[in-house]
Each structure stands twice: as structure tokens, then as C-alpha cells.
Design a binder for this molecule. Structure first.
Ligand code: M6R
Length: 361
């Protein structure tokens, strides 16, 4: 049931503190000196030389976020759209680890990609929410994100749980590859432990509603970000188009000037995600769109005067560990999409033309 919420999506947005608590439950020891992912033996990924993620939609964005965790630990990886990978796969070796990220565990393109990788002799790992799913059963390993059932077609809490679980996995891969956890281990684990309460405090305020009136009926909505803010920008735009049916696009902030800027004007609000990284560069991009008359909504932690001085509106987030701020920014963007869709009277839990899991290639 919706337990008092108007839509499953809103209920699931509000379940994120709990979902994330479940995701980390028993996986972070009090000492924060190691990661307890009992699914894997220490050294299990010793011989992995190449990491490839395959996923679709929101799970693809979670994989992009995970790529950032690996990048910050000196481990390169590639993220592939599963629909492309299955039909146009990159070279694979036995020491390639292919990680399929799929909430439902039933997405046909993701399953096809993992099957291809398995047949080619690569190591396969499914990161999923559904214990009895095809993905959980068919491949070398399964890692569960434990978000609890998600009914709304728009993925919300599963994105958060995917990112949190993949953050833990990034440390396991680092340990096996380099012989020790990264020097960011304690910061990451402390950040993850603090995250559920930060979600709660964010969800306890309602900063979004005042924005709705001013930003209704625009030509298009753009979302920009860098580093972990980039997948969040893509995810913000996907959610927005999926449930409001308005035109929304997400870009890496640096890409704006390579084409999208031609569309920017007073009727294209720009949501700019700030995580604390590359702030000056993103502010430069904000200036570019403001010069063309676009209103800018900055998603940033409260005391970030540099940002708040420049943008037209602020959606504040708690000052979490920088690598996790994208998750909090994402919650604000989920709420934006939800409330705009609600004001437009959309069928939020069952948007037109879409299914919860896409079981055809
Ligand atoms: O079950 P999966 O994680 O494999 O699903 C992948 C996408 O179909 C899914 O994330 C889709 O993009 C969502 N409806 C977006 O909200």
C-alpha cells in the first residue's frame, strides 16, 4: 500500500533513509577499517584487469556514479549502455569483470549483455535488488542492494541503494587490486553511515514546492553537473521527462558550449548540481547560461556562498561527504520531478509508454 502517500513514487522517495540503511547494514564494521561484503572472498578479484559496467536507464546512471568511485581510487572502468553492449560488444578477456547493474534483475538488454560476457569467458557479477531474479541466479556472483520492493515505474530508492552498494564494492575491488583499501576508506564509510540521517533531514524540509510556480510551462529543462554531479544531472533529466512528459536533457557541464547552448534562453531553466568538486568551472557554465537569460537553480550544500550568490534559486542539501553529495542532490531532483508531474496531473506511478521492467531487447 501507499501508506498515506498519494503515490508509490513519493513513498519510495521517503523510504530512502531506510533503503540506504538496509544497503549498508552489516557491511560496515565499527572500526571502519574494512568492508564486510561477505559475498566475496578476499582476493576474489585479484586477477581482474578490466572493469566494464552494463546497465540501462537509472541503473546506467548509478553505474556512471560507480565509475567515479573507481576513478577516485585510480581504477579505470567503462560504463556501457546495455542495449548497445549486447549488439556491439567491446573486446573481452578472461580477466574482464562485467558488472550488470539492474534493479529488477530482468531487463532484457542487461541480461543479454551479461550472457554475452559469460559466454566470452569474462567474469560476471549482477548487482540487483531482486533476490529471485534471473540476474541473481544466472551469473558468477550476485550482490544485493536491499532497497526493498519498488513499485513506481520511476526508479528512486533503488538508485540510492545501487550507488551506496557500488561504493562499497569499489573499495573491495581496490583492495583486491592494490593489496589494501584506499586512503578514502574511512571518509567513505563514515559518509555512508551519516547518509540515512542526511536523507531524513533533507526529506523533512520541503524546499521544492516554492519553485514550482515560477518554473511551470517552460520550453525545456536542462540539468548539468560534473564528476559525481554528472550522472545526477542525467538522472535528474531522465526522471523529469519520464514522469512530467516535459522536454528535459542532462549534460556534463562542460558540454553545454558544444551545442546545447544554442537552445538556452529565458524559457529553459537550468538545474546545476554542485557537489563541491570543480565548483569554479561549473559556475563558469552557470554564467554562460545566465548571460542568455536562463534561470538557474543550484543544488548545493547550504553554506556555499559562492554558489548561492550567483544562482537564482537554491535547493539546499546537507554538507555530506563530497563523494556522496550527488545522492542528496538527486533526492532534491526527484522531488522536483515528482511535484512538477503532480501539478500537471500526470500518471506518476505508471507513466505512459513505460514498464517497470523492460523484458524485450
Ligand atoms: O530494472 P533495471 O534497473 O534494469 O531497469 C533499468 C531501466 O529500465 C530503469 O532504470 C528505467 O530507466 C526507470 N524507469 C527510470 O526511472
Amino acid at each position: 500500500t501507499k501508506r498515506g502517500y498519494d503515490h508509490f513514487m513519493l513513498k519510495e522517495i521517503h523510504e530512502q533513509p531506510h533503503a540506504v540503511r538496509q544497503s549498508i547494514q552489516g557491511r560496515i564494521p565499527d572500526s571502519r577499517e574494512y568492508v564486510a561484503l561477505d559475498e566475496f572472498e578476499p582476493g576474489e578479484f585479484d586477477d581482474v584487469r578490466d572493469v566494464q559496467f552494463v546497465a540501462c536507464g537509472t541503473s546506467y546512471h548509478a553505474a556512471l556514479y560507480a565509475r567515479q568511485f573507481l576513478l577516485d581510487r585510480g581504477i579505470p572502468s567503462n560504463v556501457h549502455s546495455a542495449g548497445e553492449y549486447a549488439t556491439n560488444p567491446p573486446p573481452l578477456e578472461e580477466d574482464t569483470l562485467v558488472i550488470g547493474v539492474t534493479q529488477s534483475g530482468e531487463t532484457a538488454d542487461t541480461l543479454a549483455s551479461l550472457r554475452y560476457a559469460q559466454a566470452a569467458g569474462a567474469r560476471t557479477l549482477a548487482v540487483t535488488n531482486v533476490v529471485g531474479s534471473t540476474a541473481a541466479r544466472e551469473f558468477d556472483d550476485a550482490l544485493f542492494i536491499r532497497a526493498g520492493p519498488e513499485i513506481g515505474v520511476a526508479a528512486t530508492k533503488t538508485f540510492s541503494s545501487q550507488v551506496v552498494t557500488l561504493a562499497l564494492l569499489s573499495e573491495v575491488l581496490t583492495r583486491d587490486r592494490t593489496g589494501s583499501y584506499s586512503d578514502q576508506l574511512d571518509t567513505l564509510l563514515a559518509g555512508l553511515q551519516a547518509l540515512p540521517d542526511q536523507f531524513e533531514s533533507l526529506l523533512g524540509t520541503n524546499e521544492v514546492s516554492h519553485l514550482l510556480e515560477s518554473y511551470r510551462g517552460q520550453d525545456a529543462y536542462f540539468f548539468i553537473g560534473r564528476a559525481e554531479g554528472y550522472p545526477v544531472a542525467l538522472e535528474g533529466a531522465l526522471k523529469f521527462k519520464e514522469i512530467t512528459y516535459e522536454h528535459a536533457e542532462g549534460f556534463a557541464a562542460g558540454e553545454l558550449k558544444h551545442g546545447p547552448l544554442a537552445l538556452v534562453g529565458p524559457k529553459t531553466p537550468v538545474f546545476a548540481v554542485f557537489t563541491g568538486r570543480n565548483v569554479e568551472k561549473t559556475l563558469g557554465n552557470v554564467q554562460e547560461v545566465k548571460a542568455r537569460g536562463a534561470p538557474v537553480i543550484g543544488i548545493t550544500h547550504q553554506d556555499h556562498d559562492k554558489v548561492t550568490a550567483v544562482v537564482d534559486d537554491v535547493l539546499p542539501i546537507p554538507a555530506a561527504a563530497p563523494c556522496l553529495r550527488g545522492l542528496l542532490a538527486n533526492v532534491q531532483l526527484q522531488l522536483v520531478s515528482y511535484h512538477v508531474a503532480d501539478a500537471l496531473g500526470r500518471d506518476i506511478d505508471k507513466p505512459r509508454n513505460l514498464a517497470k521492467s523492460v523484458t524485450v531487447e
